[in-house]
Design a protein. Structure first.
Length: 98
């Protein structure tokens, strides 16, 4: 699994390098209070990274954290109900004396 992650990382790194090298045109990003001069490749890469991070954060906040909280409540309730139950008696085997 670690090798697969490493290969995936290298593939995305190579794709970013290709994207940056194929788009060397200079652009100016005007934010109203500041201007940033960069290349098209870097701007597209940063925009993609920001989208991935924002999307992952939204999924984390709207899905993962509520499900973790529900799981924690359910496991605490299961532990409490298991502690309240009496322990079952061992099965009785009838004596068959010979």
């Amino acid at each position: 699994m670690a090798i697969l992650r490493l290969l995936l990382l290298v593939a995305f790194l190579a794709a970013g390098l290709v994207l940056g090298s194929l788009n060397p045109q200079r652009i100016v990003l005007d934010f109203g209070i500041a201007e940033v001069v960069t290349t098209t490749g870097i701007a597209v890469t940063v925009a993609l990274l920001a989208g991935v991070l924002l999307g992952g954060g939204l999924v984390l906040v709207t899905s993962v954290l509520p499900l973790r909280a529900r799981l924690g409540r359910a496991s605490r309730a299961a532990a409490a109900s298991a502690a309240a139950m009496p322990e079952p008696a061992p099965p009785r085997i009838p004596y068959q004396g010979t």
